[in-house]
Design a binder for this molecule. Structure first.
Ligand code: ZN
Length: 224
């Protein structure tokens, strides 16, 4: 990207958000922003272990408790500002998931990259297609490799392509319904908030991942 750009990828669970983010990373050198990784990088930085704030937040993090929201927001803002200063484009897939997260994250993204360089994409994949993809996500019981596989109609067990071990489906149908309901209730309201900030959602029609990605890139063309 000639112009440092921030891409956000929204869509129901199973719509392929991480696939699209991964393609932006692999082909256009976008950095995938993973909030957890950013925070771990700061909390475990050997140079900062004497800092009482770091000690406090690390205690919360290591204890499995929620960290102080203002600390998380500041850390993310600083990370985005550093990326922008280095001329690096970034992609955030799978977050923000709630209005609370959106109001924490979005001002920092817009402040760093500038409104005209922030591109929110919405993967318009129907729930039924997402459901099928979610059910096809399996893990090998022997070697642990994740892989996509559809259950054969005859009910025979699925086998790992690498080791022949039996595959199990990671999410069941009821959990998928809960995730869709959460997406509707918590994530979809973010879209109106983004519009209110002056960001227009870019709808990407359901298709093969590569075709959807070509559409994403077409919308980023003026940044190239
Ligand atoms: Zn295996």
């Amino acid at each position: 990207m000639r112009v440092p750009t921030a891409a956000l990828v929204f869509g129901p669970p199973g719509s392929g958000k991480s696939t699209q983010a991964g393609l932006l990373a692999d082909t256009l050198a976008f950095e995938v922003v993973d909030t957890g990784r950013v925070l771990r990088g700061i909390l475990y930085d050997p140079a900062r272990q004497g800092d009482p704030t770091i000690q406090r937040e690390r205690g919360l993090f290591d204890g499995g408790q929620l960290m102080t929201p203002s600390f998380v927001v500041d850390a993310l803002r600083q990370h985005l500002a550093d990326l922008k200063a280095a001329g690096t484009s970034c992609v955030i897939g799978g977050s923000p998931r709630t209005m609370g997260e959106a109001t924490e994250i979005m001002p920092g993204i817009i402040e760093s990259y500038g409104l005209e360089n922030v591109f929110p994409f919405l993967l318009d994949v129907p729930y039924e297609a997402c459901r099928a993809r979610n059910l096809a996500r399996t893990t090998c019981t022997v070697c642990g490799r994740p892989q996509l596989a559809l259950a054969p109609a005859d009910g025979a067990p699925l086998r790992c392509r690498a080791c022949g071990g039996e595959l199990y489906t990671r999410v069941d149908s009821e959990k998928i319904d809960i995730r869709f309901a959460e997406y509707e209730e918590k994530t979809v309201p973010i879209f109106a908030y983004l519009e209110s900030l002056g960001l227009k959602m870019i709808h990407i029609a359901d298709d093969l991942p590569g075709t959807m990605y070509a559409e994403v890139v077409r919308h980023l063309a003026k940044q190239l």
